[in-house]
Design a protein around this ligand. Structure first.
Ligand SMILES: Cc1ncc(COP(=O)(O)O)c(C=O)c1O
Length: 379
């Protein structure tokens, strides 16, 4: 065990916020109460208008003007994908690892535009079939949506190789990096995507209610604009308005939680000095421990795994394991198959347990979890 009185293996839900984050947020809320919220916003103007965008841009290898902030990763994804100008002859590719929230938005887009949604097949080993992608890509594919690391299992998809396959074609390459940013290196130029979305609260250890997107300029220019808020547009005549900012911020709403944005800024600063990918030995120890437990089935398709591991037990329900570990001071999460429906539900997984580790977790904690599971399983 660490100095912490519990084991936190739910980083794919939300990472633990470091002190710098809670300090930044607490200070902001105190200042709002003492001096006024608008006045506090002015006080932090430089961070809120520039600093947080610059830190995200540095993290993602993107220009700051291509970054937009949202209150969740789903809002970030839908605010862009939902505005694509698609028609009835367009095809959209998703992978079996697509997040259900994105799929709902795509189904709405399909119903509105008549576009067709196709699912990229997997190879027998669970890897995305890149040969199929190379053989079938053409210019009637308008959007390819890939999840870097899914919500419901730990596979790391080969996003840069996919980018190279797609590069000569017209399609928008959208990457859901919600579960990878903060635990894996993510660079939009190396990957070659035009859209990348993520959340602050997971492996970046930021607060809840923060999400972000990288939106390439050519993609922004091609979107339908259904709305602009007053931080980027103004009513310039009795009958019309002018958009005064064509950066990605044009996709945002003006109103947001100042403390959350400051918390995200602090988390990004903390992340810049934090180790990346050091969770691998702990994740491997966890998978090895789980694999040895009688009746446990790992849900781990593909060859490269991240800090996320999903599993279920032959007789104990996911709920039993979740509660049983919870009462022993161990945070894991009970996941639903229909949140990653094209993979988990399709394979008959309705519920599973997800254990997700970060660089601050240790192999000693894995041993604690292993003992607790043995105790629960009765082996
Ligand atoms: C892969 C993936 N994409 C998107 C999301 C949605 O994130 P949010 O809840 O911030 O909208 C999640 C949430 O867990 C996720 O795991």
């Amino acid at each position: 065990m660490t100095a912490r009185q519990f084991v936190h293996f739910n980083n794919a839900g939300a990472g633990l916020m470091p002190q710098a984050v809670t300090d930044a947020m607490t200070e902001c809320v105190r200042r709002e109460a003492a001096h006024g919220s608008y006045e506090t916003e002015l006080h932090y103007d430089k961070i809120l208008q520039e600093g947080v965008y610059q830190r995200l841009a540095t993290l993602l290898g993107a220009p700051a003007r291509d970054i937009a902030l949202f209150d969740s990763a789903t809002r970030a994804w839908c605010s862009v994908a939902g505005r694509l100008r698609l028609g009835a002859t367009d095809r959209v590719w998703v992978t079996p690892f697509e997040y259900a929230g994105n799929l709902i938005s795509l189904f709405e887009l399909r119903d509105r535009t008549g576009c067709r949604i196709e699912v990229v097949p997997l190879r027998p080993d669970g890897e995305l079939d890149l040969d199929w992608m190379s053989a079938n890509i053409s210019d009637d594919v308008a959007l390819v949506s890939v999840t870097h690391v899914p919500s419901g299992c730990g596979i790391v998809n080969p996003v840069a190789e996919i980018g190279r396959i797609l590069a000569p074609y017209r399609c928008v390459y959208a990457l859901d990096a919600c579960q990878s940013v903060g635990q894996l290196r993510v660079d939009v130029a190396e990957i070659g995507c035009q859209l990348l979305t993520g959340a602050g609260r997971k492996f970046l250890r930021g607060p809840r209610g923060t999400g972000f997107a990288y939106v390439a300029p050519e993609l922004r220019a091609s979107l339908t604009s259904d709305f602009h808020d007053l931080h980027v547009a103004r009513v310039s005549s009795p009958t019309g308005y002018t958009v005064e900012d064509d950066s990605a911020r044009a996709l945002e709403l003006a109103e947001r939680t100042t403390a959350a944005v400051l918390g995200l800024h602090a988390a990004l600063g903390h992340h810049e000095s934090a180790p990346v990918a050091e969770q691998q030995p702990v994740a491997e120890a966890l998978r090895a421990t789980l694999a040895e437990l009688p009746g446990v089935e790992l849900i781990a398709p593909g060859s490269t795994q991240s800090g996320i591991t999903a599993f279920r037990h032959r007789t104990l329900s996911a709920q039993d394991i979740f509660h049983g570990l919870g009462t022993r001071g161990i945070n894991v999460w009970q996941i639903r198959g229909d949140h990653t429906p094209l993979y988990l539900t399709e394979r008959g997984v309705d519920q599973a347990v997800r254990a997700s580790v970060h660089y601050y977790n240790t192999v000693d904690e894995v041993a604690v979890v292993g003992r607790a599971l043995r105790d629960l399983i009765g082996s």
